[in-house]
Design a protein around this ligand. Sequence first.
Ligand SMILES: Cc1ncc(COP(=O)(O)O)c(C=O)c1O
Length: 386
Amino acid sequence: MGGVCDDVVEEVLKVVWPKPMKLFTAGPVACFPEVLKAMGTQMFSHRSKEYRELHKDTVERLTKFLEVKDGVVLLFPSSGTGVMEASIRNFVRPGGKVLVTIIGSFGKRYRDVVETNGRVPIVLEVEPGNPVTPEELDDALRKHPEVEAVTITHNETSTGVLNPLKELAKVAKEHGKMVFVDAVSAMGAADIKFSEWGLDVVFSSSQKAFGVPPGLAIGAFSSEALEKAKSIPNRGWYFDVLRYLRYQEEQWSTPSTPPIPQIIALNVMLRVVDRMGGKYEWLKIYEHRAKKIRSGVKSIGLKLFAREGYESPTITCVRAPPGVSGLDIYNRMRERGFELAKGYGQFKKTTFRIGHMGYMPDEYIDEMLRNLKEVVEELSKSSSSA
Ligand SMILES: Cc1ncc(COP(=O)(O)O)c(C=O)c1O
């Protein structure tokens, strides 16, 4: 049977895409046209020669992109949180302590992951909107020399803040600690020099700055961390990093079935990066978008949530004007065909967010900002006359 039920595709598409939308989401984000084209391909075995070639090439391209000189990049059939959990189960002793830095909701998730895996989180939390400073980290590590590792959210998606990762990692290394980095909404948009900065674990998901659908996680691991994993009992099965390493070394594959379409798509995007002139040229695209969106938002008279100098390259968190709900802005923009992101957690009403990731031509940004201005004016007017 084949091709006899084309209309069911239309039925489903009507459910998921009832009308055209331009995405400014926090992820999943709009995929690049090259990705959508490549993902339509027929499947093949993950134990085939063709898969091995795809896997090897993707890992080599990521190794170069992340500047991994002493360590390895592995691919996981999960979202990013899977590797967050793997970092704790593989590299921290049961009952061991971890300094968890929290600058927003995803730092809190890391704390919960530490706790639910039977390790002990020591929390360094700052006021939302701020990054962690190297001085604060240094101080916390002086007070808690017993911790085995430090976790850092590279880019806090809930507040739109980019942590000074290089400087924080330097402090952690001066104290001899392993550094675990949640780079879910940073990798592919903010620079990461894995080995030079002394990072031990860095992970991300496919559905963010690489503009690929969800389902694939990427993890980079230092040789030192991999060595330590050998002494950690009960690493589990599904996220046993040493098992992934063995499968990759022996057969350029994964222990269980990988999300082949996402790996094809990521491979396509890493080639696009090369065609555009390499990593640093690619990162400029994100810098350009972030600046354009931030200055557009400010020219409407809105204020950013992030402390100046630490604004995210992938998501702008905006304070809703007085008397106006961020949720209303989100809903009105949706009615006009622009899917932004709602404020996260406790900031649902007081903020809204504009994602910069994935497929996003400049004209979409201009159009979105024009509409945002009108929506903010409409809502401000109705709130002042109420
Ligand atoms: C900073 C950060 N960490 C972790 C996650 C969770 O990633 P995933 O949904 O891929 O597990 C997200 C998702 O938005 C995120 O933005």
